[in-house]
Each structure stands twice: as C-alpha cells, then as structure tokens.
Design a protein around this ligand. Sequence first.
Ligand SMILES: CC(C)C[C@H](N)C(=O)NCC(=O)O
Length: 447
Amino acid sequence: TVFCSLLNVTLRDWVAVESDSSDVLRRPDCHRMMDMTAEKLQAMGGKVELVDIGVQELPDGKTVALPKVVTAQFGNDPSKQTVCVYGHVDVQPAKLEDGWTTEPYNLTDINGNLYGRGASDNKAPVLAWIHTVEVYQALSIDLPVNVKFIIEGMEETGSNGLDAMIVAQRDTFFSDVDYIIISDCGWLSRRPALTYGTRGNCYFFAEVEGPKQDLHSGVYGGTVIEPMTDLIGILDTLISPSGKILIPGIREAVASLSDEEWKMYQDIEFDIESFKSKIGVSQLMYSNKVDLLAHRWRYPTVTIHGIEGGFSGPGSKTVIPAKVIAKFSIRQVPNMDPAVVKKQVTDYLNSVFAKRKSPNKLKVTMIIGAKPWLADTKHPLYEAGKAAVKRVFNVEPDLIREGGTIPIAKTFEDVTGKSIIMMPIGGFDDGLHSQNEKMSRLQIKLV
Ligand SMILES: CC(C)C[C@H](N)C(=O)NCC(=O)O
C-alpha cells in the first residue's frame, strides 16, 4: 500500500515534465526534471549531488548546458555490499497528434495501464527503485545493502557527457560500488526476464546541399540536380529489401551465433503470431523464432528515421528542397566498434555519392556512437536475479537480450570494472518511443 500511493503521486508529477532530451528547446524541462529527481532523493535523506557535466555542442557550433547528473547515496555501512542503480528521466518526443489516445504528458490510468510518455522508459522503473528504499524507510527496516543512484537526463540521445563523469568519479562515487543494476528495458513476453545484452547504436546525419534556396519544382524541375533525389539514392544503398546491410565490412565484424546461443533462443517463450498482432504487421523478416530473436538482439540493423528539410506537412507543396538531412542509425553488436562503423559508413556513402557525379555537397556526421554490452549469465549476479524473480513471481525468468541501446552500460563496466545486471520492469507491450507508451500496474505489482 505504501508503495502504491507513493508511486501514483510521483509518477504523475514526473510524467508531466516534457523532459525530451532530443529537443534543445525543451532543455529547461530537462533541467527541471533533474532538480525534481534530486529533491525527491534529498527529501528521503539521501546524500545527493547534482553533478555538472558541461555543455553539448550543437551542429551549428552553438552550445547548450547538459542536464546535470543526479547521484545519491543511502547508507555507507562498510560491512554491507553497495548496489548502484542507474536510470534516466529524459524521454523521447511525443505529441497528441502523433496518434496518442491520451495526452502524452498527463498520466492516465485506463484499466490498470498508466499511459504517458516516459512511463515505462524510464520514469516508473527509476521510481520503483527509489520507492523500494522509501518503503524500507517507511517500515523502519534497515536496508540490507548500501544503495547508490546515478540518474541522468540524456540517455535517449546517447548519454552525452556521462562517460567523462564516470571516468572522473571512478575513484570517488564508484570506488565502493559492488554491482550496478539497470531497469531500462522490458520483458519479452508475459514471463519475467533478466537481460544480459544490449545492442549499441551509431546514429548518423547525412546532409545533401544543393541550390542556395528552395525552388519551385515546375519552374526549375528538370534543370537542377535535386538534393532529395541524391539523398534517397544513397540511402537506398544502405540495406537491401531483405534486411542485408550493404555497407562493406559491417556484417564481417559480427560474432557468430554459437550452438549454445541457438539452443537458448530455442527455449525462450516467444509467440510469433502475438508479436505480429501486437505491432500490426502481416509478415516479418523471418518466420522462425530463432532467426527473429537473433535479428532483434544480436545482429546489426539499419533504420532510416526521417529526413529533415524535405516537405512533410499536410497538403501538397511543390518545392525542390535546397538542403535535406537524413537521420539513420545502425544498431551494432559484438564485435563491432563505433569508431570503425563511422569510417565504414562515411567512406561508403562518399563513394556511392561520388558515382552519382552530382554537383551537390554531401556531409556525413555520426552524432551518437554507443557501444553494445553483453554480460556473463553465469555470474553470481544473475543467480541472485533469478532467485529474486522466482521469489516475487514464482517462475524462472527468461534470459533475454535487448535490441535497444543503453549507451552507458559498456562504459560502466569498462571504467569501473563492476558487473552489471539488467532487471527489466517494463512489459513486452509498453510502446517505448511509440504512441500510447504505458506502464502496467500488473508489471509493478500495483494491483
Ligand atoms: C529498450 C531500450 C534499451 C530502452 C532505452 N531507454 C532506450 O530507448 N535507449 C535508446 C535507444 O534508442 O535504444
């Protein structure tokens, strides 16, 4: 009961903040979100710091302050283990007109589902951990471990500035941390899960610039080599219709699927028909479970997200856009390396573009270079995780990987030398980054 009432109040307040880290105009909301997080932890008696991590450089050369990182500590008993919980309170963009059935920033409870942007990714999971500490306090029970929090506000756009902060605090904040827990992911099905891998993400802008301004397509069409035509032409060379990445060197770097992995995937509960119906498609890239899971989790993929500068509003503007910028990303996996991917993609697009003999200018930039992360499921942390899931849900968890990216996971491990466990709290159908994102009360045992 304590948990339920606390969560309801604060999750609503948190979801009400449009802490969209991808939009610099929303940066004041991101700062407010970090302040609210710090205030919450301070009110609970934590030793809290708001750590300044500097500025973000924008494509036009201007800079904007990054949201501060919140660190907090509850207990410093040297005879206890210290667990550090990582999470984020920034979100992806959301607008009612994108097709939401409720206001994205007004938490709405419909049949036990709490709808709102960031409800699952990652505000409720962060609060679940905060409230765990709060429940111990409310019931005057000593925490069995020291608990630290590190909560950031730039995860959705690559955790800008956080790597340097972790390096700087390796011998201070992180010196007594034994384990790191992350709940920024979801179950695969209705069965609880533990996550042991995430894909990395290399996010690119490809800009093609031509005439000095937009032109009338009737007056100038047929005379000008159009930037949009060039851009679509080069984008079409990234991936084949059957999902084969065409950039030389990418597929060669991927670790091969072992027999043991194949067997693990085979044993995982995953219903292809309900997956298809959940996302509303009649056909998938692959028709068997192992191929689908493998391509969701441990093979790279290319996604084209959108084109800035092209006409995209309602109506029928007849324009030749002078400058267009494609946004695409490559989810990468062991043993790919973002620095190598950057070179492979840039060289490839430049060579494809050169063959077009276009007078337009192409500029390729990689704005996120987040590494993949993979844990050893034989580590005692995973034994503890399995026991915890068994105790709460009375079933063995699935051991799964995540196709999405938690940019900081690999850095945590490399810099601090500590092990990580990912314990998903979100459900399989929470709609992260999509319309009608939700967190189910059932998922957090609030029924
Ligand atoms: C399911 C992901 C790991 C959740 C995470 N918060 C996220 O969305 N990261 C950014 C991404 O694009 O994967």
